[in-house]
Design a protein around this ligand. Sequence first.
Ligand SMILES: [Zn+2]
Ligand SMILES: [Zn+2]
Length: 464
Amino acid sequence: MNPHHILLRSTSFVRNMVLTKSIWGMVAIWGLTTLDSTALLGQSTEKLRTEIDKKASAIEPKLLQWRRDLHQNPELGNREKRTSQIVAEHLKKLGMEVQTGVAYTGVVGILKGGKPGPIIALRADMDALPVSEQVDVPFASKVRTEYNGQTVGVMHACGHDAHVSILMSVAEILADMKQNLPGTVKFIFQPAEEGPPEGEEGGAELMIKQGVLDNPKPEVIFGLHVMAGTETGKITFRPGPTMAAVDYLKMVIKGRQTHGAKPWGGIDPIVAASQVIMGLQTIESRQVDVTKEPSIITVGSIHGGVRNNIIPDSVEMTGTIRTYDDGMQTSIHERIKRTSEMIAGASGASANVFIRKQYPSTVNDDRLTAYMSPTLKRVAGEENIIFPCAKLTGAEDFSFYQRKIPGLFFFLGVTPKAQLASAASNHSPLFYIDEPALITGVRALANLTVDYLSAPMKAETAKK
Ligand SMILES: [Zn+2]
Ligand SMILES: [Zn+2]
């Protein structure tokens, strides 16, 4: 990812070089082209924008109705049957070509505009989490279900109910004005963003495998996520690595069982495991370039032994690895293996390390981010933009789409100002969405669509 490349191309839009003010200065410094909101794309775009604003206000009651209904009826990953049925019926009613059952419960709607233009994709995730809701709202979830052999509460604790209802609203607004829409929009309603049930595939990766980015192939993709702890209506985003790659770590330290009073009679895997855990923490602090990207290695579970005076045969640990750069990710995996094996080996124990890649890093395309910045700024108001926002150590499977085509993933604040300090985070049973924020999400996605379709980003013609 090199933010310093210079684009040499002719364009009818005003170059970003005039944007030296405050946060937008950063964009200007990169020399990336922006789709400037003041350089009119033509009256037809301006008309479409005005229409979006009108239709967005009108659709708000429906948006809230959808959101509350989905909130009260949450479904876990790959089981979003009711949700996807509601979505599919809605898209069909809007006259779209609709594909269902993609990656289990995914729905894809294609809206062909009345004018020629590019193809873009918008994505919303649909799944809820095994969390028992504690929020005191009339539409709180009381749903319980079976999950990994346990009965659990189900809650939209990550706000995917908001994402679905926002995208349903965007679909209706754009379908309503499709005669004047210069291009095609692919609406992707995706299951299992939080991960599929044990033993199943799912989410963005499976949707791509099943061809969601082919026939027709979108040239860019946009998505958003509601964010607790950020003020209602604020939009935050950044270019480049935005959310972390997540990898699953499992390790078995094998020793030899002996009496707790006679450690020399065996090999103690508990002491070896302790040394390994401390050793793993020196990878980030001593071995990788901390100025390049941050990284995290967390051991989250450790199990060994059954009784106070028996040194057990082995210890099992699981953990999570977070990185932002592919090269660092590979290097950290190798270092985890080497560090664990050699530290365990020092005492005669052995370490068996298993790492499974889950989601790659969510990386916003530099050019697309710069190009669309003015649109988000216009929609939210400059005072409501936080750019560049801090990186998030959480992960998102939106990253899989971005590995195939340029994508922009941004965040929408949903916490009232007075509650910012005490807001429960996403995934908490107290996760709360301040509903007036949602219409900003609708306007953002609809405007990104119309602006991009009206003036698609040209292919990069030269680099320096
Ligand atoms: Zn989540
Ligand atoms: Zn989420």
